[in-house]
Structure formats: C-alpha cells, structure tokens
Design a protein around this ligand. Structure first.
Ligand code: COA
Length: 270
C-alpha cells in the first residue's frame, strides 16, 4: 500500500543473481536524475550489500532506454541553492560527495554499466566506480558549467586524475558531450560494447573477479583507491598493510596451497 513517506516506486531497484547484485537507478521518466531520495536509496542499498556476505560484487545501471543518469536533480537542488550556502552544501554537495566517495571506497567491486546518458552526476558516478562498461549508446558530458556552477560530486577531482588535467579541463570548461569511444580512450570506462551485450558484459566482468578471494579483492580496491591519493612511499605502506591483513587468513593459505597442489582454490571469505 502506498504511504506518503514511502514512495510506491523504489528509486533504486535491487536484485541478486549468483552473488552479483544489480542496482538500477529507477526514475526513467526523469532520465534517472539523482534527486535526494535516489541518492539516499542508493546509499542504503550499498549499506545492505556491504554486510551481506552472499553478495560479492555490484553492477550499477539505469532504468529505461535513454539514460544511466542525467545528473543531480536540477529542480530539487535549485531549492537548496535558493536557501543559501549552508543548505546547498549540506543537502546537495555533501550528499553527492558522500555517495561518490562511498562508491569509490566500497569494499566490493562496483561496475557501472552505462546504458545511456551519463551527464553530470551520472558521469561522476562512473568516475568514482571501480570499473565501467559503456553501451555504444552511452553519451557523456560534464554540463554543470552551462548551469553556472562547477561539478559538485567529485567531478572536478576524479576526472583530472583519470584522464589528465587538460583533457578534464576541456570537458569541464566547455560542457560538451563526449562519446563512449572518447570515454574509453581517456580511461573513464574499461570497454564499450553493443547495447544488448551491456549487462552480460558487466556481469561477466563481475564473475571473473568474484571467483577470487573476497578479502584479497577488497584489499586490492583499498590499496589502489587510497594509494592513488598518496605519495608512492605512503602507498607502498598501504600495500604492505593490506598484504599483512591477508597473512593470517584461511583464504591466503588456501590460494597458496592450491597453487602448489595444482588445483583450483576453494575460498571461504575468511
Ligand atoms: N534534473 C532534473 N530533471 C531532469 C534532469 C536533471 N538533471 N535531466 C532530465 N530531467 C527531466 C526533464 O526535466 C524532463 O522531465 P519532464 O518530462 O517532467 O519535463 C525529463 O527528465 C526528460 O528530460 P528532457 O530534458 O525532456 O529530455 P531531452 O532529451 O530533451 O534532453 C538532456 C536530455 C539530458 C539534454 C536534458 O534533460 C538536460 O539537459 N538535463 C540536464 C543535464 C545536466 O545539466 N545535468 C547536470 C546537473 S548538475
């Protein structure tokens, strides 16, 4: 039954198949624009997935045939902007930055399947995710400059780290659209596939990861994500710490023993 504080249609759909969660941004009539309810729902879904040992990876995509996401919900955040700096920062910027930071640091791999438009926040989610596959129908843009503002969900920070300062600045300062081929070339996505093969390709990539020890997968994500924002000496320290965390685990003993025995490892996630 529909109640006022519980929307009839979930803003983020979730299903699990063979240990891989599929999350779907679900406002297709608004091109999956990221209103506050959608961001909060995505965060809640990630909270549930983090503590569920049965889920090993996430494929994140958008509902409908047009968009992954057209970015922050302009009508909604205009209201926050109208209420001044404190409201705009708290309600809009902090919420969006928390979402992309959560995606970036999530301990299980998150693969974005870019099924259409990825503008603004949709592009920023793609930047923050560990991996991304784009449909040939995907289209990217950093259009915030056209609204008279810089990006606010990490979009001034992560793209320049991924693609280099000048390539990022050209996209950030013009707001012009760019193709999946350009996204591939600059390292924003890992692959571009025919539209019908998008979810199978993302799921296949997830399966090729989740066959490995869960703690080791998480350690790799942590070491790369934290290390990228550090000097090499500090990053090597993080790498060493992540390895040290694996030393007492049953799964490292199993991985080494299986190799020595010439058999497939059987991991237990501990
Ligand atoms: N915020 C809020 N609503 C959005 C939205 C956004 N970012 N992007 C699209 N929508 C809504 C439209 O208002 C429209 O709703 P309506 O049918 O109730 O009027 C619906 O989604 C479909 O979008 P529409 O603009 O009609 O589609 P289009 O094909 O003509 O244009 C875009 C597509 C992506 C070019 C256009 O929607 C757009 O410019 N969106 C904003 C992109 C942006 O600047 N994102 C960064 C925000 S920080």
């Amino acid at each position: 039954m529909h109640t006022p504080d519980r929307p009839a249609v979930a803003p983020v759909l979730a299903s699990v198949d063979d240990g891989i969660a599929r999350l779907t941004l679900n406002r297709p009539d608004k091109l999956n624009a990221l209103n506050y309810a959608t961001i909060d729902a995505l965060m809640a879904r990630l909270d549930a997935i983090e503590t569920d040992p049965a889920v090993r990876a996430v494929v994140l995509t958008g509902a409908g045939d047009r968009a992954f996401s057209a970015g922050g919900d302009i009508r909604e955040f205009s209201g926050s902007v109208a209420r001044g700096v404190a409201a705009a920062t708290q309600e809009f910027v902090r919420r969006g930055q928390a979402m992309t930071a959560r995606i970036e640091a999530f301990p299980k791999p998150i693969i974005v399947a870019v099924n259409g438009l990825a503008f603004g926040g949709g592009c920023e989610i793609t930047e923050a995710a560990h991996l991304a596959i784009a449909s040939e129908r995907a289209l990217f843009a950093k259009p915030e400059i056209r609204l008279g503002m810089p990006p606010t969900f990490g979009g001034t920070q992560r793209l320049s780290r991924l693609a280099g300062r000048k390539r990022a600045l050209a996209l950030l300062l013009t707001g012009e659209r760019f193709s999946p081929a350009q996204a591939l070339e600059m390292g924003l996505v890992n692959a571009v596939v025919p539209h019908d093969e998008l979810i199978p390709a993302a799921s296949d990539l997830a399966r090729r990861i989740v066959r490995h020890a869960p703690l080791a997968v998480s350690a790799v994500i942590t070491a790369v994500t934290r290390g990228l924002n550090m000097g090499i000496a500090e990053g090597l320290q993080v790498e060493s710490e992540q390895f040290a965390r694996m030393v007492p685990t049953a799964d490292l003993a199993e991985g080494l023993a299986a190799w020595i025995d010439g058999r497939e490892p059987l991991y237990q996630g501990r």
